[in-house]
Write a protein that binds this ligand. Structure first.
Ligand code: SF4
Length: 332
């Protein structure tokens, strides 16, 4: 393990100044904020992440969940996954988020992991975590051992010839279906980024996963006011019942009236290089009477551009069934 400088910030502006200053001095790449540390510390031990500077942000005032004036929710970046999952507002109005959080990791990890950190969870591609292997995400230009290698758990949507890693988060899939907004503060001030623009496709720069710039700090996540009358659900399919990442998951938010779907939001996990919101599936569902045949058409629209690899073609059928089941649950 390599040595690194450690500091602690107690004010948001202090954290941003320290991050920006250190990023500039270190040419941008080697500064990390740490809160729960459930991803970062693992990756530092594996020598995948080797920051020169680590800034502890656990003492920043970002640990609250508040209602917004427009009926939405403002979630501090330091709110722990375990606390957010059982927050009364989440349980009552954003069930899909609570279910997604509780399906992730283990109780101990959820007690530590934060909202901001979960947004930045790194892939579980085995080659990314093994420094003896080629990995464009870890070492740009080195190749991708997963293409033609072990890729059973990796993505079939949004892939490139440089990287096929799937986004591992459950929370992010629910946030995509809820049209969350990520609030970021950095050297240029504050900006708000819709979650579907926050995550980048791998393209030819898989090392760049989000729109965050060096020194940027996620401060909050905003949830819009819940859809009136909508029901939501998160369904996760995996190799074992707990403490396992999704092979395919579905986050659905559906508003029905008089047995017609007025509006649907659909996102899937486990199959995309980023949380996979599907306007195509939503278009198929809008205005229609719920039925298994309709849900099947929505799934086919979502999966139309799937590019399975040598070992993960089964995800197409698994994702199809996952979405049909989740939509059936919220429209029953
Ligand atoms: Fe690395 Fe991405 Fe290829 Fe995995 S899929 S080895 S993370 S480049």
């Amino acid at each position: 393990m390599q040595t690194f400088a450690f500091s602690r910030a107690t004010r948001i502006d202090q954290a941003i100044q320290a991050g920006t200053r250190a990023s500039t001095a270190q040419q941008g790449a080697e500064v990390r904020f740490v809160a729960g540390g459930t991803t970062l510390i693992d990756l530092m031990k594996l020598d995948v992440e080797h920051p020169a500077q680590v800034i502890d942000i656990n003492h920043l005032p970002l640990g609250e969940v508040e209602q917004t004036s427009d009926g939405g929710l403002k979630i501090g970046a330091l709110v722990r996954n375990a606390d957010l999952a059982v927050h009364p507002q989440v349980q009552q109005h954003y069930a899909v988020l609570g279910e997604a959080l509780l399906s992730g990791a283990s109780g101990q990890l959820r007690n530590m992991a934060t909202t901001g950190g979960n947004l930045l969870q790194r892939t579980r591609c085995v080659y990314f975590r093994d420094t003896a292997c080629a990995c464009n995400k870890r070492e740009p230009g080195s190749g991708c051992a997963a293409i033609g290698g072990y890729n059973r758990n990796l993505a079939i949507l949004g892939v490139s010839k440089h990287c096929i890693a799937s986004n591992p988060s459950d929370m992010n899939v629910a946030l995509a279906a809820l049209e969350a907004i990520v609030v970021i503060r950095g050297a240029r001030g504050e900006r708000q980024v819709p979650i579907n623009e926050f995550f980048l496709l791998p393209g030819d720069t898989p090392q760049r996963e989000t729109v965050l710039e060096p020194g940027d700090l996620i401060t909050h996540v905003l949830l819009p006011r819940p859809l009136d009358g909508a029901r939501s659900h998160y369904l996760k399919l995996r190799d074992r019942a707990s403490y396992e990442f999704a092979l395919a998951s579905a986050a659905v938010v559906v508003h029905t009236e008089n047995r017609r779907i007025v509006q649907a939001r659909v996102a899937m996990g486990g199959i995309g290089t980023r949380p996979w919101r599907s306007p195509e599936a939503e278009h198929v569902l809008a205005g229609q009477a719920p039925s298994p045949a309709l849900f099947d058409r929505a799934a086919q629209a979502l999966l139309a551009n799937a590019q399975p690899q040598s070992q993960n073609g089964f995800k197409q059928e698994l994702a199809r069934r996952c979405l049909i089941q989740a939509l059936g649950t919220v429209t029953a």
